[in-house]
Design a protein around this ligand. Structure first.
Ligand code: C5P
Length: 222
């Protein structure tokens, strides 16, 4: 059976995971949130009081751990060994430091290996920064999702509000810009549109419109 691969890349808070989850559910594809995997590596460093730049120590700890995704009541959860870390990986401290950990060559090598292994058995939608360029260079559909930094910050602000977290809109905007800069200027697999990716600017699009557009692109390729 032919397995289909869909790669969705783009900057922080462009709505990649929101739309990828819906499309995956509608089409019965598996969804892999690669950002969650780098966040979990960052959590491993934090929980063990290891410096975020200490590659050797972080790699040793990753080797002793299992990062996986499991479905719980219809929702995808991230597990570190047998612990649900879905919320723990979204704290400001992890968000602030994940770009440093994800820039480490050895960490990327291990995660890419794991991501390819996860993608090997099912139709898959994977989102991240380097999926179309590095992880799944032969993906059937590649999408590069962008939106203005103002609209991305506003979405994140509303998302936080819903969860009862208060953070200043300007601070969110600043954090997004800093993370995008780091992710697109690192040496290995920086955030970059693949040459054959379709760019989709979602600044003025609703979630439903983005979902419809991506579904249409996938169905055209099936
Ligand atoms: O997608 P999310 O914002 O959760 O990603 C968190 C971080 O993980 C990114 O800012 C980036 O540093 C890293 N990342 C990466 N490569 C990917 C996905 C995420 O380097 N494929």
């Amino acid at each position: 059976m032919y397995l289909m691969q869909v790669a969705i890349d783009g900057p922080a808070s462009a709505g990649k995971s929101t739309v990828a989850k819906i499309v995956a559910k509608n089409l019965s594809f598996i969804y892999i949130d690669t950002g969650a995997m780098y966040r979990t590596c960052t959590l491993i460093a934090r929980d063990n009081q290891v410096d975020y730049g200490d590659e050797a120590e972080i790699l040793k700890l990753i080797d002793q751990s299992t990062i996986s995704f499991k479905n719980k009541a219809g929702e995808q959860k991230v597990y570190l060994n047998d612990k649900d870390v879905s919320l723990a990986i979204r704290t400001p401290e992890i968000t602030e430091n994940v770009s440093q950990v994800s820039a480490l060559a050895g960490v990327r090598q291990k995660m890419v290996e794991l991501q390819r292994e996860m993608a090997g058995k099912n139709n898959v939608i994977m989102d991240g920064r380097d999926i179309g360029t590095t992880v799944l260079p032969n993906a059937d559909v590649k999408i590069f999702l962008i939106a203005s930094v103002e609209s991305r910050a506003k979405r994140r602000f509303l998302d936080f509000q819903e969860k009862g977290i208060h953070q200043d809109l300007k601070d969110i905007e600043h954090d997004i810009e800093v993370r995008d800069y780091k992710d697109s200027h690192r040496e290995i697999s920086p955030l970059k549109k693949a040459a054959d990716a379709i760019e989709l600017d979602t600044t003025n699009m609703s979630i439903d419109e983005v979902v419809a557009k991506i579904t249409n692109l996938i169905e055209k390729n099936q």
